[in-house]
Design a protein around this ligand. Sequence first.
Ligand SMILES: *[C@@H]1O[C@H](CO)[C@@H](O)[C@H](O)[C@H]1NC(C)=O
Ligand SMILES: *[C@@H]1O[C@H](CO)[C@@H](O)[C@H](O)[C@H]1NC(C)=O
Ligand SMILES: *[C@@H]1O[C@H](CO)[C@@H](O)[C@H](O)[C@H]1NC(C)=O
Ligand SMILES: *[C@@H]1O[C@H](CO)[C@@H](O)[C@H](O)[C@H]1NC(C)=O
Ligand SMILES: *[C@@H]1O[C@H](CO)[C@@H](O)[C@H](O)[C@H]1NC(C)=O
Length: 373
Amino acid sequence: MALVKISSILGLLVSGLAMTQRSLVAGSSSSCNFPAIYNFGDSNSDNTGRSAALTQIPPPYGKTNLGSPPKRFSNGHVILDFITEKLGLPYVSAYLDSIGTNFRRGANFATGGSSILPGPFSPFDLGIQVSQFKQFKSRTTELYNQGLSNCSSMSLPHPDDFSKALYTFDIGQNDLTFGFQNMTVDQIVAAIPGILNGFDAAIQQLYGEGARAFWIHNTGPIGCLPFMALPFKFRNGTLDQNGCYAYQNNVVQEFNQQLKERVDQLRNNLSIAAFTYIDVYSAKLLLISDAKNQGFVDPLNYCCGTFVPTFVMCGLPAQVNGTTIHGDACGDPQDRISWDGIHFTDAANSWIASRILTGSMSDPPAPISSACP
Ligand SMILES: *[C@@H]1O[C@H](CO)[C@@H](O)[C@H](O)[C@H]1NC(C)=O
Ligand SMILES: *[C@@H]1O[C@H](CO)[C@@H](O)[C@H](O)[C@H]1NC(C)=O
Ligand SMILES: *[C@@H]1O[C@H](CO)[C@@H](O)[C@H](O)[C@H]1NC(C)=O
Ligand SMILES: *[C@@H]1O[C@H](CO)[C@@H](O)[C@H](O)[C@H]1NC(C)=O
Ligand SMILES: *[C@@H]1O[C@H](CO)[C@@H](O)[C@H](O)[C@H]1NC(C)=O
């Protein structure tokens, strides 16, 4: 039972900074005016996918700013929501939330628990998400050609928008999280090139479909998630100066280094496209290491549910020694970085998004509004 619940929170799980060189070079014409966003990812950017297709997310998830029913793995917004706000676009509609949904400004293929390669916590790995995108694009184009796209019940993008859209990615965290369950460091590190081959294949397919603007988040410091760090500490492990499980962060850094090299190659190989690599890892670590000055409490002090010594999922009851305990939330999540031990709060996501959007943590260091070729 505990295992089932742990996988459900991991499913929940699991799973971005820029003004600048390009806009200086390009002079004043720095705005891409993206007509749509297509997002691929895990719970870090899921904004309804998993709750539409797999499992309801219980309150108090989503209770801040979003009302109910809750659809995000946070108390409020995910980083993607802040990105779309910045670009003046509506929140990206989840592809899996198919009824009565407006897709004119894009689609979100992310689901909580997704990984690049097939994994145990979501059937919608990156390869499947790309297949869903291809189906979405081909059906949209067919309906347009049949003159049906103006049908009032359908809200689909203009086919020309696919090549002008922004393609965003936040995925890879779960590939590493699965590895941490039962693999040695050497085994996980040996698996990284294969994981990145899956990422590369996805990008190549999207490029083949006409995608030209790619915005790629690296993976955050998994070892700083309370869900990872606190059980390690409970087993008498020593956390680093930021309160993180250093071994896991070292693996993430290796993954990110190799991801960055792949993105550099993609930029060379597919030179008519624009690739922006965003160092979300550093943005999140900056917040965690400077929590107090940024107005937050101890980063290990998460808000909802519990998992040491017993797992009680945020929002759900659990039987503990014959007593029913409910996974309650703290009174005010505004000063917490972690919502449920795995996912970030609305306040933390807002902080991280604002750093991502200023341009200091991207390669090339361009703002998202000019991340097009
Ligand atoms: C859809 O409607 C718009 C505005 O009414 C019109 O300009 C356009 O030609 C129509 N497209 C098709 C495919 O009928
Ligand atoms: C880890 O566990 C998964 C699923 O339980 C299994 O498929 C995989 O082979 C295991 N890996 C190792 C190195 O034992
Ligand atoms: C942690 O260390 C204490 C003191 O040495 C010991 O009593 C306890 O059993 C240890 N806990 C675990 C989970 O190993
Ligand atoms: C880029 O092209 C080279 C030469 O064809 C190839 O070996 C490499 O795998 C490509 N890299 C990526 C990330 O596609
Ligand atoms: C449940 O009972 C066991 C055995 O008495 C104890 O070790 C454990 O800490 C208890 N769990 C909780 C959450 O109180």
